[in-house]
Every structure is written in C-alpha cells, then in structure tokens.
Design a protein. Structure first.
Length: 186
C-alpha cells in the first residue's frame, strides 16, 4: 500500500511590527509634489494598530490634491496650509472658487469632496499669517458659505500631521464604504 504525501502549504506569516500594505493606492496631484510639502502618508497605522505602507501614485489631477487611484471621479481632497488658505480665499479667490465648482460637479454625481486646512479654527481666527492683510473672519465666512453652496466639506484641524491623518482616514472610510457597496451588488 503506497501512501501519497500530503502537500505542504507554505504560509507566510507577517512578523509583529512588519508593515502591511494599504488596500488602495493614494493619488497625489503632480502640483503637490512640485509645489512643496505633499502628504506622503508615512507612519500610518490601521484600525488594529498595525503599521501600514501606503502606496501612492503621482499624476496631474483635474481637481483637488488627493484621491484614490480609480476613484478620482468619486472622491477628492484639497489640502491647504494656513498661508495657502488665506491666499486662496484672498488673491486666489477666483481660482479657488472654480476649484469648488469642479468639486461640486463630482459631489453632484454622488461623490465626496473636502478641503482640509492644516490649522484649526482658533489658529485661523487668531493667528493669521503675518504676510496676509485679510480679515480671518472672511476665511470662516467663506468656508461656511462655500460648504453650503458647493456641498464641499471644510475641515480645519490642528496642524499638518493631523491634517495628513485626517485625509488618509477620509480616503480609507470612503474606500471601505465603496467596498461594502460593491459587495451588496454581487
């Protein structure tokens, strides 16, 4: 009687602390890369506290600064530093409003768009950039007005890192919801 050897199944185990790869690729607008300090999503962790490697691609986007590869027409995030926020609402207002119009088109097709400012409202209202002569209340009023008019969410968060984390979490929540929606269609 001959016996057949059981096939061995090789299982690769992730070592504790070894990063896992995020399930989606972040899309970063080319102008973010050439213009200064893009968010590159290093040091991210998943909801279980495991370190994440977040892949990203760089290309010129039609609108905003960040999205998910394959979902550029469904979700976008516009990044603003404190000084850029003042400049965009002041001298760059016309271009920034056109950006909101493009984001509104995406929202109108069932997508999601937001502006994430790398400063909280207290900082925006009490510590405007020294180079700006714009009244900080005008930023606040613009955010309220345009969020209603264009259905684009504004998030003012305490600092650059918190803004980067918020952007990642927004993208992740959208991605997870989209995966659930797709499961329901099967």
């Amino acid at each position: 009687m001959s016996t057949v050897a059981e096939p061995t199944i090789k299982r690769t185990r992730r070592k504790p602390g070894e990063p896992i790869t995020n399930p989606f690729t972040v899309l970063i607008d080319q102008r973010e890369i050439t213009g200064g300090l893009p968010w590159l999503f290093t040091g991210m962790i998943d909801e279980k506290g495991r370190p994440l490697t977040v892949p990203y691609e760089v290309k010129t986007m039609k609108t905003a600064d960040y999205s998910i590869v394959g979902y550029e027409d469904r979700i976008v995030v516009e990044r603003k530093s404190l000084s850029d926020c003042f400049g965009s609402c002041g001298g760059g207002r016309e271009n920034f409003e056109k950006e909101h119009e493009r984001m509104a088109e995406l929202v109108g097709r069932g997508g999601y768009a937001c502006v994430i400012v790398e400063a909280d409202w207290r900082t925006i209202l009490t510590s405007p950039p020294s180079s700006s002569r714009m009244n900080p209340n005008a930023i606040y009023q613009t955010a309220l007005s345009w969020s209603i008019k264009y259905h684009v969410h504004w998030m003012a968060v305490p600092g650059r890192r918190f803004a980067e984390l918020t952007c990642f979490r927004v993208l992740r929540k959208f991605y997870d919801a989209e995966q659930e929606r797709l499961k329901g269609e099967i």
